[in-house]
Design a binder for this molecule. Structure first.
Ligand code: TXA
Ligand code: MG
Length: 334
Protein backbone atom coordinates (compact mmCIF):
# COMPACT_ATOMS: atom_id res chain seq x y z
CA UNK A 1 0.00 0.00 0.00
CA UNK A 2 1.12 3.53 -0.75
CA UNK A 3 2.48 5.63 2.08
CA UNK A 4 0.73 9.01 2.21
CA UNK A 5 2.68 12.06 3.38
CA UNK A 6 0.85 15.29 4.14
CA UNK A 7 2.86 18.33 3.10
CA UNK A 8 2.52 22.06 3.56
CA UNK A 9 2.60 23.40 0.02
CA UNK A 10 4.45 26.61 0.85
CA UNK A 11 6.87 25.00 3.25
CA UNK A 12 7.22 21.32 2.36
CA UNK A 13 9.28 19.15 4.71
CA UNK A 14 12.61 18.68 2.99
CA UNK A 15 13.09 15.20 4.44
CA UNK A 16 9.88 13.98 2.82
CA UNK A 17 10.69 15.61 -0.52
CA UNK A 18 14.11 13.91 -0.48
CA UNK A 19 12.62 10.58 0.43
CA UNK A 20 10.11 10.81 -2.44
CA UNK A 21 12.86 11.95 -4.83
CA UNK A 22 14.92 8.92 -3.79
CA UNK A 23 11.95 6.66 -4.63
CA UNK A 24 11.83 8.26 -8.10
CA UNK A 25 15.55 7.70 -8.61
CA UNK A 26 15.05 4.05 -7.66
CA UNK A 27 12.52 3.70 -10.48
CA UNK A 28 9.46 3.73 -8.20
CA UNK A 29 6.20 5.64 -8.62
CA UNK A 30 5.31 8.76 -6.64
CA UNK A 31 1.99 10.60 -6.91
CA UNK A 32 2.29 14.33 -6.34
CA UNK A 33 0.17 17.48 -6.60
CA UNK A 34 0.45 19.93 -9.48
CA UNK A 35 -1.61 23.10 -9.89
CA UNK A 36 -3.91 21.25 -12.34
CA UNK A 37 -4.48 17.68 -11.08
CA UNK A 38 -2.42 15.08 -9.18
CA UNK A 39 0.22 13.39 -11.31
CA UNK A 40 1.67 9.88 -11.18
CA UNK A 41 5.40 10.42 -11.50
CA UNK A 42 8.34 8.30 -12.62
CA UNK A 43 11.81 9.03 -13.97
CA UNK A 44 11.04 9.93 -17.61
CA UNK A 45 14.43 8.63 -18.78
CA UNK A 46 14.05 5.21 -17.12
CA UNK A 47 12.15 2.83 -19.42
CA UNK A 48 11.32 0.36 -16.68
CA UNK A 49 9.94 3.03 -14.40
CA UNK A 50 7.82 4.51 -17.18
CA UNK A 51 6.44 1.05 -17.99
CA UNK A 52 5.25 0.84 -14.40
CA UNK A 53 3.14 3.97 -14.94
CA UNK A 54 1.32 2.35 -17.86
CA UNK A 55 0.76 -0.83 -15.81
CA UNK A 56 -0.49 0.98 -12.69
CA UNK A 57 -2.97 3.09 -14.67
CA UNK A 58 -3.97 0.43 -17.19
CA UNK A 59 -3.08 2.98 -19.82
CA UNK A 60 -2.82 2.11 -23.54
CA UNK A 61 0.87 1.94 -24.57
CA UNK A 62 0.39 4.34 -27.46
CA UNK A 63 -0.77 7.22 -25.25
CA UNK A 64 2.35 9.32 -24.59
CA UNK A 65 3.17 10.97 -21.26
CA UNK A 66 3.92 14.57 -20.35
CA UNK A 67 7.46 15.10 -19.09
CA UNK A 68 7.64 17.55 -16.18
CA UNK A 69 10.68 19.76 -15.64
CA UNK A 70 11.72 22.30 -13.01
CA UNK A 71 14.04 24.29 -15.32
CA UNK A 72 14.01 25.37 -18.97
CA UNK A 73 17.53 23.93 -19.23
CA UNK A 74 16.08 20.46 -18.69
CA UNK A 75 13.46 21.02 -21.40
CA UNK A 76 16.34 21.81 -23.78
CA UNK A 77 18.06 18.55 -22.89
CA UNK A 78 15.07 16.44 -23.86
CA UNK A 79 13.49 18.42 -26.74
CA UNK A 80 14.53 20.65 -29.63
CA UNK A 81 13.36 24.04 -28.36
CA UNK A 82 13.26 26.77 -30.99
CA UNK A 83 12.94 30.47 -30.32
CA UNK A 84 9.17 30.38 -30.25
CA UNK A 85 9.21 27.52 -27.75
CA UNK A 86 11.52 29.51 -25.50
CA UNK A 87 9.28 32.58 -25.76
CA UNK A 88 6.24 30.54 -24.75
CA UNK A 89 8.11 28.95 -21.86
CA UNK A 90 9.26 32.33 -20.72
CA UNK A 91 5.72 33.71 -20.79
CA UNK A 92 3.70 30.78 -19.44
CA UNK A 93 5.99 28.57 -17.35
CA UNK A 94 5.66 27.54 -14.66
CA UNK A 95 1.98 26.94 -15.38
CA UNK A 96 -0.65 24.79 -17.10
CA UNK A 97 0.80 24.84 -20.64
CA UNK A 98 2.29 21.71 -22.21
CA UNK A 99 4.40 22.05 -25.35
CA UNK A 100 4.77 19.21 -27.85
CA UNK A 101 8.17 19.47 -29.54
CA UNK A 102 10.59 17.23 -31.42
CA UNK A 103 12.14 14.80 -28.94
CA UNK A 104 15.84 14.25 -28.41
CA UNK A 105 17.11 10.66 -28.34
CA UNK A 106 17.56 10.57 -24.56
CA UNK A 107 13.77 10.29 -24.17
CA UNK A 108 12.83 6.59 -24.33
CA UNK A 109 10.17 5.57 -26.86
CA UNK A 110 7.84 4.32 -24.11
CA UNK A 111 7.67 7.80 -22.63
CA UNK A 112 6.57 9.30 -25.95
CA UNK A 113 4.26 6.47 -26.93
CA UNK A 114 6.48 5.68 -29.90
CA UNK A 115 6.21 9.18 -31.39
CA UNK A 116 9.16 11.35 -32.45
CA UNK A 117 7.83 14.22 -30.35
CA UNK A 118 7.72 14.77 -26.59
CA UNK A 119 5.30 16.78 -24.47
CA UNK A 120 6.96 18.97 -21.83
CA UNK A 121 5.65 21.18 -19.08
CA UNK A 122 6.82 23.01 -15.97
CA UNK A 123 4.16 22.85 -13.25
CA UNK A 124 3.79 25.77 -10.86
CA UNK A 125 2.95 23.85 -7.69
CA UNK A 126 5.80 24.38 -5.20
CA UNK A 127 5.77 20.72 -4.14
CA UNK A 128 5.91 19.51 -7.75
CA UNK A 129 8.84 21.82 -8.45
CA UNK A 130 10.66 20.81 -5.25
CA UNK A 131 10.20 17.11 -6.02
CA UNK A 132 11.38 17.36 -9.64
CA UNK A 133 14.39 19.41 -8.59
CA UNK A 134 15.34 17.04 -5.77
CA UNK A 135 15.04 14.00 -8.05
CA UNK A 136 17.50 15.54 -10.52
CA UNK A 137 15.69 13.98 -13.49
CA UNK A 138 12.74 14.95 -15.72
CA UNK A 139 9.54 13.34 -14.41
CA UNK A 140 6.97 11.66 -16.66
CA UNK A 141 3.55 12.12 -15.08
CA UNK A 142 0.09 11.41 -16.39
CA UNK A 143 -2.89 12.22 -14.20
CA UNK A 144 -2.86 9.86 -11.19
CA UNK A 145 -6.12 8.04 -11.94
CA UNK A 146 -7.03 4.64 -13.34
CA UNK A 147 -7.09 5.06 -17.12
CA UNK A 148 -10.49 6.31 -18.31
CA UNK A 149 -11.66 7.63 -14.93
CA UNK A 150 -12.02 11.28 -13.92
CA UNK A 151 -8.63 12.80 -13.00
CA UNK A 152 -7.81 13.18 -9.29
CA UNK A 153 -7.83 16.64 -7.77
CA UNK A 154 -7.05 15.44 -4.25
CA UNK A 155 -4.89 12.76 -2.62
CA UNK A 156 -7.81 10.63 -1.36
CA UNK A 157 -8.92 10.09 -4.94
CA UNK A 158 -5.39 9.05 -5.93
CA UNK A 159 -5.41 6.55 -3.05
CA UNK A 160 -8.79 5.23 -4.10
CA UNK A 161 -7.62 4.52 -7.67
CA UNK A 162 -3.95 3.61 -7.22
CA UNK A 163 -3.29 3.15 -3.48
CA UNK A 164 -2.30 -0.48 -3.79
CA UNK A 165 -0.17 -0.08 -6.91
CA UNK A 166 2.23 2.72 -6.07
CA UNK A 167 4.82 3.51 -3.40
CA UNK A 168 4.23 7.10 -2.27
CA UNK A 169 1.51 9.77 -2.39
CA UNK A 170 2.28 13.38 -1.49
CA UNK A 171 -0.87 15.03 -0.13
CA UNK A 172 -1.24 18.80 -0.39
CA UNK A 173 -5.01 19.02 -0.37
CA UNK A 174 -7.17 19.93 -3.38
CA UNK A 175 -5.56 21.34 -6.53
CA UNK A 176 -6.21 24.89 -7.80
CA UNK A 177 -7.10 24.60 -11.48
CA UNK A 178 -8.94 21.28 -11.47
CA UNK A 179 -8.53 20.43 -15.16
CA UNK A 180 -5.30 19.34 -16.83
CA UNK A 181 -2.86 21.52 -18.71
CA UNK A 182 -3.51 22.95 -22.17
CA UNK A 183 -1.52 20.91 -24.71
CA UNK A 184 -0.30 22.54 -27.94
CA UNK A 185 1.83 21.08 -30.71
CA UNK A 186 4.45 23.58 -31.88
CA UNK A 187 6.34 21.36 -34.30
CA UNK A 188 4.83 23.15 -37.30
CA UNK A 189 4.47 26.77 -38.29
CA UNK A 190 1.08 27.19 -36.67
CA UNK A 191 0.50 25.93 -33.16
CA UNK A 192 -2.21 23.27 -32.94
CA UNK A 193 -4.39 22.76 -29.89
CA UNK A 194 -4.28 19.09 -28.89
CA UNK A 195 -6.15 19.45 -25.60
CA UNK A 196 -7.86 22.52 -24.14
CA UNK A 197 -6.95 22.90 -20.47
CA UNK A 198 -6.16 25.15 -17.56
CA UNK A 199 -4.50 27.86 -19.63
CA UNK A 200 -7.21 29.59 -21.69
CA UNK A 201 -6.54 29.85 -25.43
CA UNK A 202 -7.26 33.57 -25.10
CA UNK A 203 -4.06 33.89 -23.06
CA UNK A 204 -2.07 32.45 -25.98
CA UNK A 205 -3.75 34.57 -28.65
CA UNK A 206 -3.35 37.71 -26.52
CA UNK A 207 0.34 36.83 -26.43
CA UNK A 208 0.37 36.82 -30.23
CA UNK A 209 0.40 33.06 -30.79
CA UNK A 210 -2.11 31.81 -33.36
CA UNK A 211 -3.56 28.50 -32.22
CA UNK A 212 -5.47 26.27 -34.61
CA UNK A 213 -8.52 24.80 -32.93
CA UNK A 214 -9.67 21.31 -33.91
CA UNK A 215 -13.01 22.60 -35.31
CA UNK A 216 -11.12 24.90 -37.66
CA UNK A 217 -9.25 22.01 -39.15
CA UNK A 218 -10.35 20.12 -42.18
CA UNK A 219 -11.67 16.60 -41.67
CA UNK A 220 -8.37 15.23 -42.91
CA UNK A 221 -6.37 17.36 -40.53
CA UNK A 222 -8.61 16.20 -37.73
CA UNK A 223 -7.84 12.56 -38.41
CA UNK A 224 -4.18 13.41 -38.44
CA UNK A 225 -4.62 15.11 -35.11
CA UNK A 226 -6.15 12.03 -33.57
CA UNK A 227 -3.15 10.08 -34.72
CA UNK A 228 -0.85 12.64 -33.23
CA UNK A 229 -2.47 12.80 -29.82
CA UNK A 230 -3.58 9.25 -29.18
CA UNK A 231 -4.92 10.13 -25.74
CA UNK A 232 -7.78 12.03 -27.27
CA UNK A 233 -9.19 8.89 -28.94
CA UNK A 234 -10.70 7.13 -25.97
CA UNK A 235 -13.67 7.67 -23.67
CA UNK A 236 -12.18 9.53 -20.77
CA UNK A 237 -13.02 11.18 -17.50
CA UNK A 238 -15.94 8.82 -17.16
CA UNK A 239 -17.92 8.06 -14.01
CA UNK A 240 -19.75 4.74 -13.88
CA UNK A 241 -23.02 6.34 -14.87
CA UNK A 242 -24.36 8.14 -17.93
CA UNK A 243 -23.35 11.75 -18.53
CA UNK A 244 -25.79 13.96 -20.47
CA UNK A 245 -24.86 17.41 -21.73
CA UNK A 246 -27.29 20.26 -21.05
CA UNK A 247 -26.44 22.80 -23.75
CA UNK A 248 -27.38 26.48 -23.78
CA UNK A 249 -30.85 27.10 -25.31
CA UNK A 250 -31.76 23.44 -24.82
CA UNK A 251 -34.65 22.27 -22.70
CA UNK A 252 -33.89 20.32 -19.55
CA UNK A 253 -33.40 16.71 -20.68
CA UNK A 254 -36.41 14.49 -19.98
CA UNK A 255 -35.42 11.30 -18.23
CA UNK A 256 -38.00 8.89 -16.87
CA UNK A 257 -37.56 6.47 -14.00
CA UNK A 258 -33.89 7.14 -13.39
CA UNK A 259 -32.25 8.92 -10.49
CA UNK A 260 -30.65 12.02 -11.92
CA UNK A 261 -27.83 14.18 -10.59
CA UNK A 262 -26.77 17.61 -11.79
CA UNK A 263 -23.69 19.80 -11.89
CA UNK A 264 -23.19 23.22 -13.34
CA UNK A 265 -23.64 26.96 -13.14
CA UNK A 266 -27.28 27.34 -14.26
CA UNK A 267 -30.23 26.43 -12.02
CA UNK A 268 -32.18 23.45 -13.34
CA UNK A 269 -36.00 23.60 -13.42
CA UNK A 270 -36.28 20.72 -10.93
CA UNK A 271 -35.22 20.29 -7.31
CA UNK A 272 -32.61 17.52 -7.02
CA UNK A 273 -31.63 18.15 -3.41
CA UNK A 274 -28.13 16.93 -2.59
CA UNK A 275 -27.85 15.29 -6.01
CA UNK A 276 -27.22 18.76 -7.47
CA UNK A 277 -23.94 20.67 -7.32
CA UNK A 278 -23.76 24.37 -8.18
CA UNK A 279 -20.72 26.44 -9.05
CA UNK A 280 -20.59 30.23 -8.98
CA UNK A 281 -18.03 30.69 -11.78
CA UNK A 282 -16.44 28.87 -14.71
CA UNK A 283 -13.19 28.67 -12.73
CA UNK A 284 -14.91 26.97 -9.82
CA UNK A 285 -16.74 24.66 -12.21
CA UNK A 286 -13.36 23.57 -13.59
CA UNK A 287 -12.00 23.18 -10.04
CA UNK A 288 -14.87 20.96 -8.94
CA UNK A 289 -15.64 19.15 -12.19
CA UNK A 290 -13.87 15.83 -11.62
CA UNK A 291 -14.74 15.65 -7.91
CA UNK A 292 -18.33 16.42 -8.83
CA UNK A 293 -18.51 13.50 -11.24
CA UNK A 294 -17.07 11.10 -8.67
CA UNK A 295 -19.27 12.51 -5.88
CA UNK A 296 -22.51 12.10 -7.83
CA UNK A 297 -21.48 8.60 -8.89
CA UNK A 298 -20.93 7.67 -5.22
CA UNK A 299 -24.34 9.03 -4.28
CA UNK A 300 -25.78 6.44 -6.65
CA UNK A 301 -27.30 8.56 -9.40
CA UNK A 302 -27.89 6.74 -12.67
CA UNK A 303 -27.38 9.74 -14.91
CA UNK A 304 -25.55 13.03 -14.49
CA UNK A 305 -26.88 16.03 -16.34
CA UNK A 306 -24.00 18.46 -16.81
CA UNK A 307 -24.24 22.11 -17.72
CA UNK A 308 -22.32 22.47 -21.03
CA UNK A 309 -20.70 25.90 -20.62
CA UNK A 310 -19.72 28.55 -23.16
CA UNK A 311 -16.47 28.24 -25.10
CA UNK A 312 -14.82 31.17 -23.38
CA UNK A 313 -11.82 30.74 -21.05
CA UNK A 314 -11.59 27.48 -19.18
CA UNK A 315 -15.10 26.69 -20.47
CA UNK A 316 -13.45 25.10 -23.52
CA UNK A 317 -11.65 22.59 -21.29
CA UNK A 318 -14.80 21.84 -19.28
CA UNK A 319 -16.69 21.15 -22.51
CA UNK A 320 -13.95 18.84 -23.73
CA UNK A 321 -13.91 16.79 -20.50
CA UNK A 322 -17.71 16.58 -20.33
CA UNK A 323 -18.00 15.65 -23.97
CA UNK A 324 -15.53 12.79 -23.55
CA UNK A 325 -17.24 11.65 -20.35
CA UNK A 326 -20.54 11.54 -22.24
CA UNK A 327 -19.37 9.22 -25.01
CA UNK A 328 -21.03 5.85 -24.63
CA UNK A 329 -18.36 3.79 -26.29
CA UNK A 330 -14.71 4.01 -27.10
CA UNK A 331 -14.49 6.38 -30.02
CA UNK A 332 -12.20 4.48 -32.31
CA UNK A 333 -13.80 5.77 -35.49
CA UNK A 334 -11.42 7.75 -37.73
O1 TXA B 1 -2.07 18.96 -16.17
C1 TXA B 1 -1.56 17.97 -16.71
O2 TXA B 1 -1.13 18.01 -17.87
C2 TXA B 1 -1.45 16.69 -15.87
C3 TXA B 1 -0.52 16.97 -14.69
C4 TXA B 1 -0.22 15.72 -13.90
O3 TXA B 1 0.64 17.59 -15.14
N1 TXA B 1 -0.97 15.59 -16.67
C5 TXA B 1 -1.75 14.99 -17.62
O4 TXA B 1 -1.17 13.92 -18.27
O5 TXA B 1 -2.88 15.37 -17.87
P1 TXA B 1 -2.02 12.85 -19.11
O6 TXA B 1 -1.06 11.77 -19.41
O7 TXA B 1 -3.23 12.48 -18.35
O8 TXA B 1 -2.35 13.59 -20.44
C6 TXA B 1 -1.34 13.83 -21.40
C7 TXA B 1 -1.92 14.31 -22.68
C8 TXA B 1 -2.62 13.20 -23.43
O9 TXA B 1 -3.77 13.71 -24.09
C9 TXA B 1 -1.54 12.79 -24.43
O10 TXA B 1 -2.07 12.16 -25.57
C10 TXA B 1 -0.89 14.12 -24.76
O11 TXA B 1 -0.89 14.81 -23.52
N2 TXA B 1 0.49 13.95 -25.23
C11 TXA B 1 1.57 13.58 -24.52
N3 TXA B 1 2.66 13.50 -25.29
C12 TXA B 1 2.28 13.82 -26.53
C13 TXA B 1 2.95 13.89 -27.79
N4 TXA B 1 4.26 13.63 -27.93
N5 TXA B 1 2.22 14.24 -28.87
C14 TXA B 1 0.90 14.52 -28.75
N6 TXA B 1 0.22 14.46 -27.60
C15 TXA B 1 0.89 14.11 -26.50
MG1 MG C 1 -5.18 11.80 -17.87
Amino acid sequence: KAVVYKLDRWNPDEKIINLAAEELRKGHLVAFPTETVYGLGANALDEEAVRRIFLAKGRPQDNPLIVHVAAIETAREIAYCDERALRLMDAFWPGPLTLVMRAKDVVPKVTRGGLDTVAVRMPSHPVALALIEASGVPIAAPSANTSGRPSPTDADTVYEDLGDRIEVILDCGPTDVGVESTVIDITEEKAVLLRPGGLPIEALTDFGETVLLPENLSREREINLKKRSPGTRYRHYAPRCKVLLWKAEEDWPKIRGERVGYMGIRRPPVDLGDDAIFFDSLENYARGLFMGLRYLEKRGVEAIIADYPEKRGVGLAIRDRLYRASLAEFDEKP
